[in-house]
Write a protein that binds this ligand. Structure first.
Ligand code: HEM
Ligand SMILES: N=C(Nc1cccc(CNC[C@@H]2CCCN2)c1)c1cccs1
Length: 360
């Protein structure tokens, strides 16, 4: 019974927040309904409006997110009625199409049914769209971060072409049954070839990245219910691609190649060759996405937008919580106000959480 009381307590806190912020009447009747449902069935069901509000506020509460100014514009697709892996696959295809929108990216979340004692839906992908990683005697082709998941996909019967840019399949696990994998049709994947506005040789590095980051392995908690499959996307901040995915030594490790092509002295740290290469790589990312009409935000603009979010929260009588260590951008952090601010890293509910890996 303790568990149910815990569930009711969380449900009540969420419902009261929803009725207060949306200035609705009749909260006691709704709470009676929920208490009865929990007593009779051990759980309760969110209305679509409660679900949408919960997903938006979970984004508003995401302490590590610099993009929260737009929390209230999230498009929420309610996919709780879908029961088969094929139906879920089609909902994921629709998510990719709707979010991509030819480059005019729309922040979107698709929410599958919450976990109960009987069932749980999990997406094994970290992101719906991501490149495979193949390890051959010490060297990796593709994304080193994907080596483990790529091996699991191969064990499930998937075969990639072996290039540095193979798109991994969707892997859907429903109710502890055998996970099913599905290819994503190539025409659904928007990618951006990278070129530099001033360095004509940059295109000869033959680099590209995908347009839409869709996180698919986090748990959305709303009023005590856990939505263990709720993929969400926004657009990229350029440093994620230019300062991490393509720059980290344990990812695509491209700083030496860019620095050499720039003719920098890579033997001496004090030449600041890594810093110069970083700036040009991030400049190429911004230039390429903007030229192709694919939404992206630079880290200075993103910080300004976050400052507006902080101000907007204060106007609403709230104080924005945050994780400073993630909110500062990895390039020129002290050039943003965030570096010179402090934030309480309190985890409010609703929120997005890490969850136990779906596979090992
Ligand atoms: C609209 C454009 C958006 C931008 C530019 C943006 C930007 C970012 C960035 C740069 C990070 C840090 C990621 C990293 O360093 O790996 C982040 C984290 C995060 N964002 Fe956003 N975001 C956006 C939209 C969203 C949306 C729509 C949601 C959910 C509905 C969201 C939820 C989160 C969460 C939960 C984290 C923390 C992830 C973790 O702890 O690993 N963001 N965001
Ligand atoms: N722009 C985005 N970036 C983002 C957001 C949340 C999580 C992530 C992935 N973070 C994990 C990686 C791997 C370790 C450190 N970064 C990226 C968005 C992805 C989905 C919505 S916005």
């Amino acid at each position: 019974h303790a568990v149910n009381t815990d569930l009711y307590t969380k449900a009540e806190e969420f419902i009261r927040l929803f009725y207060y912020e949306q200035q609705l009447s009749g909260v006691e009747d709704r709470l009676d309904e929920i208490r009865q449902s929990i007593d009779e069935e051990g759980t309760y069901t969110h209305t679509s409006t409660e679900l949408e509000f919960g997903a938006k506020v979970a984004w508003r509460n995401s302490n590590r997110c610099i993009g929260r100014l737009f929390w209230d514009t999230l498009r929420v697709f309610d996919a709780r009625h879908l029961d088969t892996p094929e139906a879920m696959r089609d909902a994921l295809y629709d998510h990719i199409d709707y979010a991509t929108n030819g480059g005019r990216i729309r922040s979107t979340i698709t929410i599958f049914k919450p976990e109960t004692e009987e069932h749980q839906v999990r997406l094994w992908n970290h992101q719906l769209i991501r490149y495979a990683g193949y390890e051959e005697n010490g060297t990796v082709t593709g994304d080193p971060a994907s080596v483990g998941f790529t091996k699991r996909c191969q064990q499930l019967g998937w075969q990639g072409e072996g290039t540095a840019y193979d798109i991994l399949p969707l892997v859907i696990e429903a109710d502890h049954e055998q996970p099913q994998w599905f290819e994503i049709p190539q025409e659904k994947i928007l990618e951006v070839p990278l070129r530099h506005p001033d360095f004509d040789w940059f295109k000869d590095l033959k680099l590209k990245w995908y347009a839409v980051p869709i996180i698919s392995d986090m748990r959305l908690e709303i009023g005590g219910l856990n939505y263990t499959a709720a993929p969400f996307n926004g657009w990229y901040m350029e440093t994620e691609i230019g300062a991490r995915n393509l720059a980290d030594e344990f990812r695509y490790d491209l700083l030496p190649a860019v620095a050499e092509a720039m003719g920098l002295d890579t033997r001496r740290n004090a030449s600041l060759w890594k810093d110069r290469a970083l700036i040009e790589l991030n400049q190429a990312v911004l230039h390429s996405y903007q030229t192709d009409g694919v939404n992206i935000v630079d880290h200075h603009t993103a910080a300004k937008q976050f400052q507006r979010f902080e101000q907007k929260e204060n106007k609403c009588g709230r104080q924005a919580t945050g994780d400073w260590t993630w909110l500062i951008p990895p390039v020129s952090p002290a050039a943003t106000h965030i570096f010179h601010s402090s934030y309480e890293n309190r985890m409010d509910s609703p929120n997005y959480f890490y969850q136990t890996p779906a596979y090992e």
